[in-house]
Design a protein around this ligand. Structure first.
Ligand code: SF4
Length: 108
């Protein structure tokens, strides 16, 4: 096999693998989003003194202006102000962007 044919084979194999990966990547992205949207919304008191409306918290650690959206554990909005929290206590629910819990840690 000459060098030209070898390069051509490598190119074709790489292109085929790349094309095969596209649908898998789309499936993985769609799948994780669907899973997040299937999660129930956290209720007040879910864990760690969580409340859906931070301004209603009477916890001694709460300071005005703190909320999930500005917390380092906030993983981003999924829909209508609800999103995932990376803290293990909230792995099975969505939290509200305006919510708060006693593990609040400001970003950066
Ligand atoms: S750790 Fe608490 S304050 Fe931070 S995003 Fe999660 S629920 Fe909200």
């Amino acid at each position: 096999m000459n060098e030209h044919n070898r390069s051509r084979r490598v190119f074709l194999r790489t292109a085929a693998l790349g094309l095969a990966a596209v649908p898998l990547a789309r499936f993985a992205t769609h799948s994780s989003r669907a899973q997040a949207q299937d999660l129930p919304k956290a209720e007040d008191g879910h864990a760690l003194d969580y409340v859906n409306d931070a301004s209603e918290s009477e916890h001694e650690k709460y300071e005005s202006g703190q909320n999930c959206e500005s917390c380092v554990f906030w993983a981003g909005e999924e829909s209508n102000g609800w999103g995932k929290c990376r803290h293990p206590e909230f792995a099975d629910v969505l939290v509200n962007a305006k919510g708060w819990c006693n593990t609040y840690t400001p970003k950066g």
